[in-house]
Ligand binder design. Structure first.
Ligand code: AHR
Length: 328
């Protein structure tokens, strides 16, 4: 595996160059020598995000890392402002989950100039300069989209709900420009190429929220009476779509099949009730791995360039089996 290396010697030099940022011998600047992490979160748009935030806060406390946390309310400018404030506060390490993929180079160069290492978590940035961050911890979103598409190809016969020979899919996209929206759409599109009867007839953003999913689904239903399948880029939008489908007098999971990504408790409940047909897991519990990486990065140790989260998929039967133990 390719490694990004910050040697102990260069860490010492970095600390000397930015002496005011280094409050103790181990390079950390918090009270009692704690590492201080500035974390710029996307927002609170979904059940997944809430579970991710809880995981980061709990893991920071358990690891003895002082956490400065901000919620960007899904706005890139708020995240950039938060990162600039962490640079000014001379935190030891910055971690963030970028709302969108592009437009980060300037602020990341500022962090680099201040010798503050950056860890990307959950979502990646699209930058040619990979020296602007130490590592990226998170899911393979393309693979998630592929898993969703492969399930549909395998279940094509059952998914032609109106029996017209074509499987008419509508897609509820995540936030425009966000890595999971771009990559899940790409993975899904490549997987369904295996069956020419499957096609995406409409695709629109619901911004990863339940309300957004409901509103977009209402407009899809008004425009088209022959929808067979919904592919929602997360559970929350799928749950919003269920509300719209029920309000239109149709039965979700039967009259219209639903595939989502995440596997949070509300999504898994709907799956076990038969309202969703298949969920691809996206694991939000990244806190422990993030804190481990942060300690290594601050200590100048070697970290992998990419840490991919392990994930599975759930059918209705599997959801029923695991629901009682689902933690989030
Ligand atoms: O980046 C992860 C995605 O963001 C999750 O799938 C979604 O629920 C969240 O809002």
């Amino acid at each position: 595996m390719v490694k990004k290396t910050v040697t102990a010697a260069s860490a010492v030099l970095m600390c000397a160059a930015a002496f005011s940022a280094c409050g103790s011998d181990d390079g950390s600047s918090g009270k009692d020598g704690e590492i201080v992490m500035g974390f710029a979160q996307v927002g609170a748009e979904s059940g997944w995000r809430t579970a991710n935030t809880d995981s980061i806060k709990a893991s920071a406390e358990a690891a003895g890392i002082e956490l400065k946390f901000s919620d960007a309310q899904q706005k890139q400018e708020n995240q950039i402002q938060a990162i600039r404030s962490y640079i000014q506060q001379k935190v030891d390490v910055i971690a963030f989950s970028p709302v969108v993929e592009t437009g980060w180079d300037a602020v990341l160069q500022e962090a680099k100039a201040a010798n503050i290492p950056v860890i990307l978590t959950d979502r990646a940035v699209d930058s040619e300069d990979t020296s602007l961050y130490e590592t990226f911890l998170g899911s393979d979103f393309v693979l998630e989209g592929e898993k969703a598409g492969e399930w549909l190809v395998e279940n094509a016969a059952d998914s032609d709900v109106d029996g017209d020979g074509d499987i008419n899919v509508v897609q509820l996209e995540g936030t425009t420009g966000a890595a999971p929206a771009i990559d899940r759409a790409e993975g899904f599109a490549s997987a369904i190429e295996a069956d020419s009867s499957i096609s995406v007839s409409a695709s629109q953003t619901g911004d990863f929220t339940r309300d957004g999913g409901k509103q977009v689904m209402e407009s899809f239903l008004n425009a088209d009476k022959s929808i067979d399948v919904v592919f929602a880029h997360n559970d929350d939008m799928g749950l919003g779509a269920i509300e719209a489908i029920e309000a239109a007098g149709l039965e979700p999971g039967k009259d219209i099949k639903i595939i989502t990504v995440d596997a949070v408790k509300d999504g898994m409940t709907a799956l076990s009730e038969g309202k969703i047909n298949f969920i691809v897991e996206c694991n939000p519990l990244l806190g422990d791995q993030l804190m481990e990486l942060a300690k290594k990065v601050v200590a100048g140790e070697e970290v992998p360039e990419r840490v991919v989260t392990e994930e599975t998929t759930f059918t209705q039967e599997q959801a029923t089996e695991v629901l009682a133990d689902r933690k989030y």
